[in-house]
Design a protein around this ligand. Structure first.
Ligand code: NAD
Length: 266
């Protein structure tokens, strides 16, 4: 197996959080490359609209909660059964509910809130990656031992909040910092299996969360970006994911996709 722009047919790309924002843009992008795409998301209601929009027999939705070991194992078993191979895993499922450590009345941030964000963003990412790696290893038997080709590529989505967590982002920043930290360790673990692991740390991207905000808020957010002074587009995220797959020398790295933005305290 090797990656080049011409060779996406017959590759299977598993994308979590695929019913919205960055995951959805990536799903459309890989479908446009003729890859087979497994869309994993907890939101079944949205899946119908998404599949109608994508309108391709190469796209299959699997309702999956990334925090559940059983659900993820079942999803991958079905994906392998349907597509016979798992080549790329792109983890986009995530949440970002903000809460300060102490609220206005001095009450502490509920532990359940912190736990919930870590469960979905960090543990969910690890849960999906570990099972993806198990299935990518099955590609090993299809290629000669001396090959230099990858068995698979895992791409995790962190955030620049991993480096510059803002007010209200303790849980989110910790979850994304965890994703950054596990990237190199996982790349080292999976090196002998010829599976690469990289992380994308987006800045402010034009996904529904931001695009539903008032124009004035979007403009002031865009103004904080150094250059280009605009929100990042989900299509730019998708193109970076494709590039990571096709550039074999990228491994164990976290790539900021942020127009040189360094976030301030708020
Ligand atoms: N949009 C940005 O500006 C931005 C910036 C930095 C990082 N990110 C990260 O990129 C990723 C995608 O962000 P987005 O803006 O596209 O978000 P989004 O809310 O548009 O999409 C996230 C998707 O994840 C799904 N999801 C949530 N919990 C899940 C679970 N337990 N199991 C399976 N699916 C689940 C949701 O249903 C949704 O479809 C997130 O990890 C986010 O933290 C986004």
């Amino acid at each position: 197996m090797s990656y080049s722009t011409q060779q996406w047919t017959d590759k299977t790309v598993v994308i979590t959080g695929a019913c919205s924002g960055l995951g959805l843009a990536a799903a459309k992008h890989f479908i446009s490359l003729n890859a087979k795409v497994a869309l994993l998301d907890i939101n079944e209601a949205e899946a119908r609209t998404v599949l109608t929009e994508i309108a391709s027999p190469n796209a299959i939705f699997y309702q999956t909660d990334v925090t559940s070991a059983d659900a993820v194992e079942n999803a991958f078993a079905q994906i392998h059964n349907n597509f016979q191979t798992v080549d790329v895993c792109l983890n986009c499922a995530g949440i970002a509910p903000a809460l300060k450590v102490l609220d206005k009345s001095g009450s502490a941030q509920p532990l359940a809130h912190f736990n919930h964000v870590i469960q979905i963003n960090l543990i969910g990412t690890f849960n999906v990656s570990r099972i993806a790696a198990q299935y990518m290893l099955k590609n090993d038997k299809n290629v000669p031992k001396e090959t230099s080709e990858d068995n698979g590529v895992i791409i995790n989505t962190a955030s620049i909040a991993a480096f510059e967590g803002q007010m209200g982002q303790t849980a989110y920043a910790a979850s994304k910092g965890g994703i950054v930290a596990l990237g190199l360790a996982m790349a080292r673990d999976l090196a002998q299996n010829r599976i690469r692991v990289n992380t994308i740390a987006p800045g402010i991207m034009g996904t529904p969360l931001l695009l539903n905000m008032p124009e004035s808020v979007q403009e002031s957010l865009a103004d904080t970006v150094v250059y280009p002074k605009r929100l990042g587009s989900p299509a730019e995220f998708a193109k970076l994911a494709q590039h990571i797959c096709e550039n074999q020398y990228l491994n164990g790295e976290t790539i900021r996709l942020d127009g040189a933005l360094r976030m301030g305290p708020r």
